[in-house]
Design a protein around this ligand. Sequence first.
Ligand SMILES: C[S@@+](CC[C@H](N)C(=O)[O-])C[C@H]1O[C@@H](n2cnc3c(N)ncnc32)[C@H](O)[C@@H]1O
Length: 188
Amino acid sequence: MAGEKVNLTGAKETLLLTLYGKALESRLPNSLLRDYFADEAVRNIDYDFSRLKVDNNLGIGLAIRAKTLDVCVQDFLARNPDAIVLHLGCGLDTRIFRIDPPAGVDWFDVDYPEVIDLRRKLYPVRDHYHLIASSVTEPGWLNEVPRDRPAIVVAEGLTPYLGAEEGQQLFSRLVGHLSSGELVFRCL
Ligand SMILES: C[S@@+](CC[C@H](N)C(=O)[O-])C[C@H]1O[C@@H](n2cnc3c(N)ncnc32)[C@H](O)[C@@H]1O
């Protein structure tokens, strides 16, 4: 098998399950998500996805939750074309490519360094797109993020991996740093 070798463990490895589910759903003729970047990424990763036991039903569930958050982000960007997007625990999710935000928007994908390294290998660069290689629980990464623009913070499948205190501290830091915005997340 050719492709990018992946050696992720623990919470990081779970990104392969969500990526694969979205890729599978996108192969269906009536796909909701049409996540062709995810499908391409799966084809370029050297990993035995069959061991994850993901089927079309799970893929459809993952696609629905991803689409729900996509619509929230699109709605916010329609109201705030100069916004920033903070996508926390992004994994290999391709939300930026699905949404294709206008040029006035700056987008920040945040995840652990190993995950961000993998993103750099699999996905193209684009203007106004920033990758932050850090645990979201580290206080320093927010220094890279502008304070003075409307912000939407989106997190999909991240919060189960944060302890109660870590989660509270993260949300307090976000609220303290950003001047205005919205937070959308899926807890499971
Ligand atoms: C279930 S995956 C979801 C990935 C992506 N959001 C999606 O929906 O496809 C969980 C993600 O959260 C990330 N994660 C967990 N704890 C994190 C932390 N403290 N800082 C940054 N990312 C974290 C993992 O690396 C992984 O990419």
